[in-house]
Design a protein around this ligand. Structure first.
Ligand code: 4AZ
Length: 434
């Protein structure tokens, strides 16, 4: 056979005359590559879109009108950037300190005192005609909505002025001038809520892992799933914490409260409805470091979730009083968060020596110092907002972890917001939400 004509025939061979199976597999390959390319491109686009969304969510708020991105720094800064006000809605709100509550309870057997607004004098209340309705109205004065309990107790003759009678007027308590004699001579001892009951007694000195049943009021406040601060349940839908936790994290919907677990990861979460601060922008971030978080749904009492008591208005603790601190904060100054709740025993340190030794007058009358003289046991970053605890049969939150120089260094103890100094503010906020 002639070679040229054979090549010619080979070259001119119609592709359609190639075997069918190879044609099918080739077009399969081509379609396959095309599909793979499209899928990969789409996956890349989705991944990029996802990353862009994460970036934008972390740095901007989306304004619908005008259509724009507002940097998070401008969110909740008091200036409207969105026409519909999205950037200033759902922000922590400021509640100034109003007039004091007209009722208070004493460390002396939880004896009720009421304010006579005419004379400005505080007095005990006669037990004779005190009713559950009066008890409820009195506790509402202090922002409590739960069913109170009360009983009569004897007081010494030195407890002057003599007990007053209170009556209900338009749903709130009214103090009567002493007219009727208090025949029983008994005064009202009032408990507005059951609180401060721990299932276990802490025993270990120095930092050690803690069980939530020992500290069932302890919660973790998380912003976008990240632990930022500790906090304490003080009522079914209320958490007490520090104001500085909200400084760079102002969007209420991004907060969750984790309760009922000593582990940071596993626990029930509660959405936040409102956040209240005692001051918009305090002169110093150390001042008025207190916040109240109102939850969207109440935390019910269980072995691992219970409220802590607020301190009595007249209970001033003496330096050296043993106190406890708890939290998931750093285990050392530049360390990392602890997955397991930690507990430690500290002591109240007198303000003067605290200021003299370390803080040059920055520790005000509305703050407390606590630690150990030799250092080593202290709160640290991530413990902020958590409680400084005192036990007198029941547990009370006497302080809120606020600030300090370093962690655990001798002569620079932890500084805490004094809860007792903010009782009227707490009462006013909770009363406003009854
Ligand atoms: C903080 O950064 C912090 N040692 C909390 C408590 C203390 C220091 C710092 C006290 O949140």
């Amino acid at each position: 056979m002639n070679m040229d004509s054979a090549l010619e025939r080979l070259n001119s061979r119609d592709p359609c005359t190639r075997p069918k199976s190879s044609r099918v597999s080739e077009s399969f390959k081509r379609v396959g590559i095309l599909v793979l390319a499209v899928v990969l491109t789409l996956a890349c686009l989705v991944a990029i879109g996802f990353l862009v969304k994460i970036y934008l969510d972390h740095h901007y708020l989306f304004c619908k009108q005008p259509l724009k991105l507002v940097p998070l720094k401008q969110v909740c800064d008091g200036q409207l950037d969105c026409l519909q006000g999205e950037d200033e809605a759902n922000c922590p709100q400021w509640v100034p300190e109003g007039p004091p509550a007209r009722a208070r309870v004493s460390k002396d057997r939880s004896i009720l005192q009421v304010l006579n607004s005419n004379t400005g004098a505080w007095s005990c209340v006669c037990h004779d005609h005190f009713t559950p309705a009066l008890a409820r109205a009195t506790c509402e004065q202090m922002g409590y909505s739960s069913t109170p309990t009360f009983h009569g107790v004897e007081v010494g003759a030195e407890q002057l002025p003599p007990p007053y009678e209170v009556v209900l007027s338009n749903g709130s308590i009214q103090v009567l001038e002493p007219g009727r004699k208090c025949l029983s001579g008994l005064v009202v001892s009032l408990f507005c809520s059951s609180c401060g009951q721990s299932g276990r007694t802490p025993r270990v000195l120095g930092g050690s892992p803690a069980a939530i049943e020992t500290w069932p009021w302890q919660v973790s406040l998380q912003y976008r799933k990240e632990h930022i601060c500790g906090g304490s349940i003080i009522g079914p839908g209320w958490v007490l914490t520090a104001a500085h936790c909200f400084k760079n994290n102002p969007i209420i919907q991004s907060w969750r409260v984790k309760a009922g677990s000593d582990l940071l990861s596993g626990a029930a979460t509660f959405a936040v409805e409102k956040v209240f601060l005692a001051e918009v922008t305090p002169a110093s971030p150390k001042d008025n470091d207190i916040a109240l978080v109102k939850l969207r749904s109440p935390v019910h009492d269980t072995d691992s979730t219970k409220p802590i008591c607020l301190p009595y208005f007249d209970e001033e603790l003496v330096p050296g009083t043993p106190l406890w601190v708890i939290g998931w904060g750093y285990m050392e100054e530049h360390g990392k968060l602890s997955e397991r709740l930690q507990q430690a025993e500290v002591q109240l340190i007198d303000k003067r020596s605290c200021n003299q030794a370390a803080y040059h007058g920055d520790v005000t009358d509305r703050m407390l110092c606590a630690g150990l003289p030799q250092g080593g046991v202290d709160t640290c970053q991530g413990d902020s907002g958590g409680p400084l605890l005192y036990s007198s049969g029941h547990w009370q939150v006497v302080g809120i972890v606020s600030w300090g120089q370093g962690c655990g260094t001798p002569s620079t103890p932890g500084v805490y917001t004094s809860v007792r100094a903010y009782l009227d503010w707490i009462y006013a906020v909770r009363r406003s939400e009854l």
